[in-house]
Design a binder for this molecule. Structure first.
Ligand SMILES: [Zn+2]
Length: 683
């Protein structure tokens, strides 16, 4: 058993999440998704990994079967991420068959490891042949080889598998590899200098540090971050070469030292993983410069570069951030992995600061940006998640709808590891404070300042705004309960001025303790209730669940003249099947009342919003402005995006239209067709 974290770590996040092993989710919204992930998505991804040689690559590298390496240089990570997801799943739901399957895959991974710990099947499986982008020798093209990126996902999978099963099989492989990386890289004389082109190993090394207490892993995580943008010359590739996109150091956030980066640029997923690693360093090393830098990046993203769904990275071209306020809807990229990265990053920012603003962003991206990435039945995926569709533009790697798999298959595995981990985002503690961060029904046993407190949460969130908490301390005693009051319930959709509600809601958040109205002190977005708690005490919090109209900052030209609709944490959209076959021509007058209606038979059971709106003739709606550029070498699954901005012809005739809005996450289950989050405003 490794030394537990805390024995050697002097500093840490001031707030500790309650591990999802201590939280049993019974929630009507999340529990079925977690179950579908376990029974459908995880087996489907493993099957794809088998069919595409992703698992055979390990067996070939290990000499277990004959063959040649097949696929891209990062394909090992799809297996690692799904092992991580399967491990989280095993923790909350024992499954001997899945456990045995993992043992088999892990045996192949272990066989693929070279005697000194090196593990990278593109090199080991075909030793005589240099795979594209891997470099002639080990570590020789770090900006593009993904050798260290792959290692990072191995470490995360290994940590999860060890915690889930107690088995060291994958952990031993990961530690042997991490020890090799630590012997190879670092500031000491005689070691290699460098940093990975795709961040990931940094936050993963921190996980290994937590598990083992081995300081070298934490130091190495910081070293890799510190190395970025410090005069390392990147190899230049000839024009037209598929790797020429990496000639630009901003693509991999290596144009400046990380502590000097105050604008989110380049590849969006990489930035979120880098920022998560920076938050880890800020917390575990107590470094205020790291905290200031990661906060600056967050303010830039959430203030200027985030979509209403919490998704980020607006450009298909190179999967990059756009300029400030460049948020096209039809052609927006919003990679599912970037949404998941936003959740990881924002959770860490909360643990570091205690500010619920970060959880508000996390909730937004969980319920909208992330959930849209997987179909309700768990078999189909989005890689990009645009806020608009014309039913024709094949935004999803060559398709106008969801896909069972992708050539670059990062997103499905990422979804598979995110869903079973949501239980770990519900509660957190700091001294004798118990934070209730997310509203997910279930039961938890929480260690709070030396005593066990059981908490039962009952709610129909996100459909209804009532949260009922039953608090059962093992003995009566004083402590504080901090219940997040979401920004959307306090007239702030986001903690910046990027989006605003059109009107202030009047409804107040109501709190009752043991049935009696109670006043709570608000601080950093939490209702704080400090008292002597007794067994069976109850707290009821009621959030106002009116449908709310949102507008974007005037600098977001793509949303100028448009309005979006939210209810609770959910962003809504109009989709063709509910609206007479069209959605892009719908006009939502300011005075239209929007009424919630429960539709248990529709899209897995949802609350729709209906109202008497207007619609223009479809020919009165035009695309204007420049089409987004696309580097032909960037991605051969991509088609060139069309012009994105939508405009209604002046004086267009408008006819009455019965509007039906569905939650954004539930779109694209009824064939390709029009969809819009941003609806034309009446003029
Ligand atoms: Zn992805």
């Amino acid at each position: 058993m490794p030394a537990s974290a805390g024995q050697t770590a002097k500093k840490d996040y001031p707030i500790t999440p309650v591990p999802f092993t201590a939280v049993r989710v019974t929630d009507g919204f999340w529990a079925p998704r977690i179950e579908t992930n376990r029974t459908v998505t995880i087996p489907a991804i493993f099957k794809k990994c088998e069919e595409t040689s992703r698992i055979d690559n390990f067996a070939i590298a290990g000499g277990l079967i004959k063959g040649e390496y097949k696929g891209e240089r990062y394909n090992d990570t799809d297996v690692y991420k799904t092992i991580e997801g399967a491990s989280y799943s095993l923790m909350v739901h024992p499954d001997p068959e899945l456990d045995r399957y993992l043992d088999g895959v892990i045996a192949k991974i272990a066989a693929a490891q070279e005697p000194d710990g090196y593990l990278y099947t593109p090199r080991t499986a075909s030793p005589g042949k240099v795979q594209p982008g891997t470099g002639e020798e080990r570590w020789s093209e770090l900006a593009i080889s993904h050798e260290l990126y792959n290692a990072g996902h191995l470490y995360e999978a290994a940590a999860a598998h060890f915690l889930a099963t107690g088995k060291r099989t994958l952990l031993d492989v990961a530690l042997k590899n991490a020890d090799l990386v630590a012997r190879t890289f670092g500031p000491e004389p005689g070691k290699r200098q460098g940093f990975p082109g795709h961040q990931e190993i940094e936050l993963a090394l921190v996980k290994l540090f937590r598990l083992t207490g081995k300081r070298a892993y934490l130091d190495l995580a910081r070293y890799f971050l510190d190395q970025r943008g410090r005069g390392v010359t990147l190899k230049q590739y000839p024009p037209g070469n598929r790797f020429a996109i990496y000639n630009d150091a901003t693509q991999i956030q290596a144009h400046k030292p990380v502590l000097e980066q105050d604008e989110a640029v380049g590849h969006a997923v990489r930035l979120t993983y880098m920022a998560s690693g920076m938050a880890d360093v800020a917390a575990l090393m107590g470094d205020p410069a790291y905290l200031a830098a990661v906060r600056g990046l967050w303010e830039n993203v959430v203030g200027r570069k985030m979509y209403l769904t919490g998704g980020i990275g607006s450009r298909h071209d190179r999967e990059r951030f756009g300029e400030s306020y460049e948020l096209p809807n039809l052609t927006g990229y919003l990679e599912t992995c970037a949404s998941i990265g936003m959740a990881f990053w924002n959770h860490r920012m909360f643990l570091l600061t205690g500010d619920a603003a970060y959880l508000d962003v996390m909730e937004r991206v969980m319920y909208n940006g992330v959930l849209a990435g997987v179909s309700l039945d768990g078999t189909l995926f989005f890689y990009p998640n645009p806020l608009e569709s014309d039913g024709k533009y094949r935004f999803n790697k060559g398709r106008a709808g969801r896909a069972p798999w992708f050539g670059v298959a990062c997103c499905p595995g990422n979804v598979s590891r995110f869903l079973p981990s949501v239980a770990g985002y519900v509660y957190a503690t700091r001294d004798d404070v118990l934070y209730v961060n997310m509203f997910i029904a279930g039961e938890a046993r929480i260690d709070l300042a030396g005593k066990t407190v059981s908490v039962k949460q009952e709610t129909r969130y996100p459909w209804a705004g009532t949260i009922r908490l039953t608090v059962d301390p093992e003995r009566d005693g004083e402590f504080a309960l901090h219940v997040r009051v979401p920004g959307w319930a306090r007239n702030r959709p986001v903690p910046t001025n990027l989006y605003e509600y059109s009107e202030r809601g009047d409804a107040k958040v109501a709190i009752r303790i043991n049935g009696k109205p109670a006043a709570a002190n608000m601080d950093k977005g939490f209702a704080r209730i400090r008292r002597v708690w007794k067994r069976g005490d109850s707290v009821e919090v009621v959030f106002p669940m009116d449908a709310r109209r949102v507008t974007a900052h005037p600098a977001v030209k793509d949303d100028e003249g448009f309005v979006a609709v939210e209810r609770g944490p959910l962003v809504y959209c109009a989709e063709a099947p509910d609206n007479g076959g069209r959605a892009l021509n719908i006009v939502l007058p300011d005075k239209t009342a929007l009424r919630p209606e429960e539709r248990t038979g529709l899209l897995g059971g949802i609350v729709v919003l209906t109202g008497e709106a207007l619609a223009a003739d479809p020919t009165a709606v035009a695309r204007v402005g420049e089409a987004a550029g696309m580097d032909a070498a960037a991605d051969d699954e991509e088609e060139v995006p069309p012009a994105s901005r939508r405009r209604l012809a002046p004086g267009a005739e408008l006819k009455p239209h019965r509007l039906v809005l569905i939650p954004y996450y539930a779109w694209a289950h009824r064939g390709a067709g029009e969809m819009a989050v941003w609806l034309l405003k009446s003029n």
